[in-house]
Design a protein around this ligand. Structure first.
Ligand code: SF4
Length: 319
């Protein structure tokens, strides 16, 4: 049995996970800083990741206890205990009250599920050509009819309508891993998306416009926002083989970057999300040795990416 807890991913150990591969897909230079050099910028705001981790902890407790009514208040308490010390007063979207309300709505909606829980938080490592591929999934369930296994990923997001279950390298990798472990029993994957929003309502562009009481003009009506979407997805054998081929191709590109010590900068990614890339200071410098100086003065710190420890749950993975 391989002890994965302190294993690093990358060429050196011949082991990969989706996070590391995504770093390279997004920006090879990002991959070098994050995976090869193992540095992060400390002090970056983590409210989004912490909120997601708190929700995950609550759902893990609920499913681990076979969705029993008694586990619901305990799950909410788990969220409160975890997130209370991490609340950012400036963040109006991810408050303690919002989190509790979100969980209450979730448990109300999903108190009776069409599946039995097989296990929570499963880690796995499978062969991928000459390499190993490691993954960790939130939940494994047995669907009642038709009988079979589904992996489940809880995803907190502030863009619920933009979540795509297929194509999705992470999900295909999960299904590949589960299929290697459980064979034909695996039917697919469920992306359990949970929307995190400041407002409970959204504009309804499909409904007839209404007269605004404030301006007297015609405006879009509002409707209650959809905050829970379950996307059920599967992969054919051909799709799994294509993913394997593409992933091995990507690894060969990483190998070439190592050999030539060339790490292309995908500059479209520098400001792809709500905040700028944490490595901007490093990429703006022409001095190759700047990293050590920045570590010495505390702007960056060494923190190797470990697949089984992770950095919390965040819709903006890779940043
Ligand atoms: S600053 Fe831009 S080029 Fe540099 S690692 Fe980040 S995304 Fe890549």
């Amino acid at each position: 049995m391989i002890d994965l807890r302190n294993k690093k991913i990358g060429i050196e150990n011949g082991m990969w996970d989706n996070y590391g591969l995504d770093c390279f897909r997004n920006c090879p230079q990002y991959y070098e800083w994050r995976i090869v050099k193992g540095v992060i910028k400390p002090g970056a705001k983590r409210t989004s990741a912490d909120f997601g981790s708190g929700i995950h902890l609550a759902l893990e407790h609920f499913y681990k206890n076979k969705m029993s009514p008694a586990s619901i208040p305990e799950a909410v308490e788990k969220f409160v205990q975890f997130f209370q010390p991490k609340v950012d007063p400036a963040d109006e979207k991810r408050t303690l009250v919002k989190g509790v309300e979100l969980l209450e709505k979730y448990f109300n909606r999903y108190k009776s599920e069409p599946f039995d829980v097989t296990a929570t938080e499963i880690g796995g490592v499978v062969e991928l050509g000459d390499y190993l591929y490691t993954f960790r999934i939130d939940l494994l369930v047995e669907w009642q009819s038709p009988k079979g296994l589904f992996g489940v990923d809880h995803k907190t997001t502030s863009s619920i309508n933009r979540v795509v279950a297929k194509p999705n390298n992470q999900i295909t990798g999960y299904i590949y891993g589960l299929s290697e472990m459980y064979g034909e029993e695996v039917l697919g994957y469920i992306l359990n998306s949970i929307g995190v929003y400041k407002e409970d309502e959204e504009i309804d562009k499909n409904a007839p416009k209404v007269i605004s009481p404030k301006t007297g003009k015609l405006v879009y009506a509002k409707k209650e926002r959809e905050i829970f979407i379950r996307s059920i997805t599967s992969r054919t054998k051909k799709e799994l083989m294509d993913w394997k081929q593409e992933t091995l191709h990507l690894i060969s590109q990483i190998k070439r970057c190592h050999e030539e010590d060339v790490w292309p900068k995908h500059t479209n990614f520098c400001s792809a999300f709500s905040s700028k890339c944490q490595y901007l200071d490093l990429c703006q410098s022409q001095d190759k040795d700047i990293l050590q100086t920045m570590i010495d003065i505390g702007i960056y710190e060494q923190s190797w990416w470990q697949p089984y420890v992770g950095e919390g749950e965040d819709e903006e993975e890779g940043k």
